[in-house]
Design a binder for this molecule. Structure first.
Ligand code: GDP
Length: 373
């Protein structure tokens, strides 16, 4: 029951591939036997994207999303709204006393969802207890440790013998929920994001945006953007839009970038608004629609996460965050080796062949024979 999102992204990719293929090469693809003379000049590598597409659809996709932020900010409701699943059926909520010395837990929920034949293995990493204790010093530590452990596991698997079936549990994105009730970031928000920004793609969100009027949302967004700059926090940067994209796409991309940090609303209920059944929140004074772009940025967030940027989030995780971890690991391993005064290289060097004495003797004899008298 995944939203049309994943399938739409596949359709978009398909259209791109179609665009890449000239009509002639498409004809070749469907009727290879009926090639006309001028079509024979085509080797056929224009169908390569199609082969990749087929293979990846067959293999399925995976995505790991982390949600973090103080409890009660609507994280579970938003995740359910995003993926139209009920991931939190068995959740046990703690009372105030139990939360005094609350430690941050890491809870993983995995669901296999399928939409029009495309499979997605979605893992949600929840962090209940974050920011809930009386003393929240270093409450992000279990979260950074978890992210590092996943990198470590991947590093080990990659260096092992069976590299074909590596399970990738690295966290591709972290949705960080900011309270709508403050005047910007709280110290714990700053500390959390600073502790994690080199390890994971952070997407900050303003939670429960229905608690604020539009001008308040604008002000809070501005404030958060300023503070993110001031404290040198590196949140996920949307990639530059290609110059050959059409105007509509460029406009959407601009709007997406201007809307950050997204102000979101979640709801687990479907209500009736103007004769239509929509996901929303029913108040005595009206209905807040989750998927109405005039009400909040939920659709922008969902499109970004699923339709347009899922692949980029995975690429940045692999090429930037994991590479940093890997480089650090290798550096530590090498410096440890030099400290131990061991001359061996961490990379096994093949022994050079030692010339055998018989061959040497023979060469000497031949040299003697050919030497001029
Ligand atoms: P979590 O502890 O962060 O996972 O928060 P929950 O998803 O359990 O939500 C806590 C409470 O906030 C519940 O009563 C939700 O119905 C409510 N809630 C969730 N999302 C929103 C929202 O967008 N706006 C408002 N006003 N309330 C919300």
């Amino acid at each position: 029951v995944l939203p049309a999102a994943v399938m739409d992204s596949i359709i978009i990719q398909e259209r791109l591939v179609e665009r890449l293929l000239s009509p002639r090469t498409q004809a070749q693809r469907s009727h290879p036997a009926k090639l006309k003379d001028h079509e024979k000049q085509y080797v056929g590598f224009a169908t390569l994207p199609n082969q990749v597409h087929r293979k990846s659809v067959k293999k399925g996709f995976d995505f790991t999303l982390m949600v973090a932020g103080e409890s009660g900010l609507g994280k579970s409701t938003l995740v359910n709204s995003l993926f139209l699943t009920d991931l939190y059926k068995d959740r046990k909520l703690l009372n105030a006393e139990e939360r005094i010395n609350q430690t941050v837990e890491i809870v993983k929920h995995t669901v296999d969802i399928e939409e029009k034949g495309v499979k997605l293995k979605l893992t949600i990493v929840d962090t209940p207890g974050f920011g809930d204790a009386v003393n929240n010093t270093e409450c992000w530590k279990p979260i950074t440790d978890y992210i590092d452990q996943q990198f470590e596991q991947y590093f080990r698997d990659e260096s092992g013998l069976n590299r074909k079936n590596i399970q990738d549990n690295r966290v591709h994105c972290c949705l960080y929920f900011i309270s709508p009730f403050g005047h910007g970031l709280r110290p714990v928000d700053v500390e959390f994001m600073k502790a994690l920004h080199e390890k994971v793609n952070i997407v900050p969100l303003i939670a429960k945006a229905d608690c604020l009027i539009p001008s308040e949302i604008r002000k809070l967004k501005e404030r958060i953007r300023e503070e993110i700059d001031k404290f040198g926090i590196k949140v996920y940067q949307f990639p530059e839009c290609d110059s050959d994209e059409d105007e509509e796409f460029k406009q959407q991309d601009r709007e997406l970038k201007e809307s950050a940090p997204f102000a979101v609303i979640g709801s687990n209920t479907v209500v009736e608004a103007k004769g239509q059944r929509v996901r929303g929140r029913l108040y005595p004074w009206g209905i807040v629609e989750v998927e109405n772009q005039a009400h909040c940025d939920f659709v922008k967030l969902r499109n970004m996460l699923i339709r347009t940027h899922m692949h980029d989030l995975k690429d940045v995780t692999c090429d930037v965050h994991y590479e940093n971890y890997r480089a650090q690991c290798i550096q530590q391993m090498t410096s440890k080796l030099t400290q131990d005064n061991r001359i061996e290289s961490p990379i096994p060097i093949l022994p050079l062949p030692t010339p055998d004495t018989e061959t040497e003797k023979l060469i000497k004899m031949k040299d003697e024979e050919v030497r001029p008298l």
